[in-house]
Write a protein that binds this ligand. Structure first.
Ligand code: DAH
Length: 354
């Protein structure tokens, strides 16, 4: 027993957690002496076990408790010491965390979706690898149509028994898919990537467009003009946005109009608003009866307008970038400068909702 007493005293005065753990192993470890005592129980006669058993268990409990007690005391002392000696300097600046930003194209697509949602437009999507039929034929550009030449197309390798495919050259094929899928009446926008075999300061092989289409029984050019004017005012966040419709030609609309927006000079920069000059921003028109028929609707019952424009160009005009290629370089400095805070409260929709 004096052995036990000695051990308990050593435990009670253990100087640190490391020494205490060594004592634990010495007593309770696999070949510790308490463990050794417990093992002797197996060889004892039942009578002997009856008296020695409780004694040995009591030793084990005493040692275990003493270790736990000393451990708690040492830990509390350690905490006290840390609290007394360690200080957090809360005035030090926190390490800067790299923060992402919203790409201007994503920002503008969100702004557009928000503006058109206020006008009751749904958002539709279509495939970027599109069949020749949806991209051209259904839009009144049959195989030999010269307008096809205006689209510098990426053609996909033809596969046996499958329809010819291209990387879609515009978002207009989504009009056809939407009419087929939802029928009429219909009011939607279709933003997305489009592709043309073209590359210079103002053209990249991939860019973004947004298409709009409204089909109903008595939609006319007046609705088109109002919608575009309302959208452009909300987008550029100015009430003095003027538009001009110029007669034009698109195979999928009749009549067709190109839409110019008025600009003026502010601090040497051209900004949208005012009427110092005009620049083209949109293509539009009344959906051609052949297009409505190709999508499976009766052109004697349904009519409507459509428009299409470049999202990247809208972003450049609104936020003052001048090189389209920079949009897709992935240069972090550019993104830091022109990107948007993901958590910022949107500034938009005020123009249209009110
Ligand atoms: N799809 C045309 C293009 O990429 C743009 C366009 C013009 C779309 C007139 C339309 C439209 O919906 O009515 O050049």
């Amino acid at each position: 027993m004096s052995d036990v007493q000695q051990t308990l005293e050593r435990i009670a005065s253990a100087s640190d957690l490391h020494a205490l753990d060594a004592m634990r192993v010495e007593a309770l470890g696999k070949s510790g002496w308490v463990t050794g005592l417990l093992k002797t129980l197996g060889q004892m006669s039942p009578e002997e076990r009856q008296t020695r058993g409780p004694e040995i268990q009591a030793i084990r409990t005493q040692v275990t408790d003493a270790i736990a007690e000393r451990k708690a005391a040492l830990e509390a002392a350690e905490l006290e010491r840390k609290l007394a000696t360690e200080r957090l300097d809360l005035s030090l600046p926190a390490p800067e965390r790299p923060q992402g930003s919203v790409h201007p194209v994503s920002q503008v697509m969100d702004e557009l979706a928000e503006i058109f949602a206020d006008l009751g437009f749904a958002v539709a999507e279509g495939p970027e690898i599109e069949t020749d039929w949806y991209n051209f034929t259904a839009l009144n550009m049959p195989e030999s149509h010269p307008a096809r030449a205006m689209h510098d197309t990426f053609y996909c390798e033809p596969r046996d028994g499958e329809p010819a495919r291209v990387l879609r050259t515009h978002t207009s094929p989504v009009q056809i898919r939407a009419m087929q899928q939802h029928g009429a009446p219909l009011r939607l926008i279709a933003p997305g990537r489009v592709y043309r075999s073209d590359s210079d300061a103002t053209h990249t092989p991939m860019f973004h467009q947004i298409e709009g289409v409204v089909i109903d029984r008595s939609i006319h050019m007046g609705h088109l003009k109002w919608t575009l004017e309302t959208f452009l005012k909300a987008f550029f966040e100015r009430d003095d946005v003027a538009i001009r419709l110029r007669p034009s030609y698109f195979p999928f609309t009749e009549p067709s109009a190109e839409v110019d927006v008025g600009w003026s000079t502010v601090k040497g920069r051209r900004v949208v608003g005012g009427q110092e000059g005009w620049m083209e921003v949109l293509g539009s028109g009344m959906v051609h009866p052949r297009v409505i028929a190709a999508a499976g609707l009766d052109p004697d019952e349904w009519q409507g307008f459509a428009f299409g424009t470049g999202v990247d160009r809208l972003a450049m005009l609104k936020y003052g970038m001048n090189d389209l290629r920079a949009f897709f370089d992935g240069d972090l400095r550019w993104l830091k400068h022109y990107g948007f805070n993901a958590l910022a409260v949107p500034t938009l929709s005020a123009g249209v909702g009110a």
